[in-house]
Design a protein around this ligand. Sequence first.
Ligand code: G3H
Length: 541
Amino acid sequence: MNNSNLLNPFFFPEHKDIPELYRIAAIEQKSYLVNGVMKTWQGAMQEVFSPIYIHHDGKLEPKRLGSYPLLNRTASLEVLKSAQEAYHSGKGKWPTMSVKSRIACIMQFVKLMKEQRTHVVHLLMWEIGKSLKDSEKEFDRTVEYIIDTVAALKDLDRDSSRLKKEQGIYAQIRRGPLGVVLCMGPYNYPLNETFCTLIPALIMGNTVILKPAKIGILLLSPLLEAFQKSFPPGVINVIYGHGRDTVGTIMETGKVDVFAFIGSSKTANILKKLHPKPNRLRSVLGLEAKNPAIVLPDADISLAVEECILGSLSFNGQRCTAIKIIFVQEQIKEQFIQLYLERLEKLKFGMPWEQDVMLTPLPEHDKPAYLSELINDAMQHGAQVLNKNGGLTQNSFVYPAVLYPVNDKMRIYNEEQFGPIVPILSFKNINEPIDYMVSSNFGQQVSIFGTNAENMAHLIDPLVNQVCRVNINSQCQRGPDVYPFNGRKDSAEGTLSVSDALRVFSIRTMVAGKENEGNKKLLTEILEGRKSNFLSTDFIL
Ligand code: G3H
């Protein structure tokens, strides 16, 4: 679609316009996974609608995708009991199982998961409006993440598969599980980011209660059977429903050992505060960010524009790593803005299955109104929308708005828009963007654009202490997943990467004994007789 079609009511498709391959049947998800059983829910259900509207008889109607259960407090507590019993205070089958056997369960799951690729990818498009290409990327990246996690665990296990001797004491040091993990992912990566905590939590021997993201719920349905077939009962449980009835109820019991959450700090804080034993609870959090781009006068402008377009508008700016504010040096601001607008004009918008589409409908129902508030507020404080049709809204679709000049009176200056608004401001002195970052509540990443080694080096040194990743002439991003993904200040708690996540969901624990004849004999008997899964020198190949 080109820009002039924006006001065309046929922006959204008629049923006949949807390619047959991508049509989808409603999923009535009437059951939830508890203690290895798909239990039928008899209570209230929540209907799910797509952000994609269908043009029908002169009206636009959101496509109904199905429904899922709204579990109550009793059902949620039953799920908690299942996870607790499977963990059995660390005595359960799963936490005491050998690493090799746990890996076998995970690999069985990957095999079954791969069979559901098409179904999950189509649901990603329909539920969150992600383009086909990015939905496929999300699925494949998740599979790759699981396989890399298995490889990382084998490495970790090999390093621990020997006894040490220090000051006359033998010891074997391994990593052990922590207990029951409550795992919640975000709607923008409902598969990938959920699995980036779920899989390491499971593989380290914890038992898990998984609550899907607020949007992107049905896409887990095709995987429930795979969970059921791959893990012992109670090791993974999947719940649905309102937060206060489900995760709120579970946290209040104080029986959750690890809270793994990617989403808003508001929800994270509410849930953490409900836990009555804060010292017992470990949290792994990925929260808001407001990553700036800083464009220096000697930057390669076309490269900077290309990376800023990707950084600010991939998946409509709905990435925690998105570039959410752009600082351009005064001398080059006109050139940068002009090129940015030209490039934006060429971005294809439309339905997720359309080839090369980048801008698609937004899944959060209240997002268009929120974005419009931010745009109006910025305009009241002196900004202009620089691009034609900027901010134009049709139901769930919002065309990107480029705002300039942005200043500190505007909400967009500090608030994380998590959507297609691109705030730009110019600076004379490099201390202006640096001071912005110092006083920001967030500290995830920054992108800096320039070619002068001296200037760039002077910028890198203070910025590495403001954020956790300084991207040089490149957009901000999480990947590759083997690199650490974290943040300072309000942006995160804990570090996630393939190998860091294994550490986050486990604790170093050891078996130790003084060197004497009795212990030597005992240790030899246990090791040679392969009597323990923990105290073992077996080497996983
Ligand atoms: O939403 C936050 C994601 O972790 C971003 O990941 O940079 O690979 O898109 P990404």
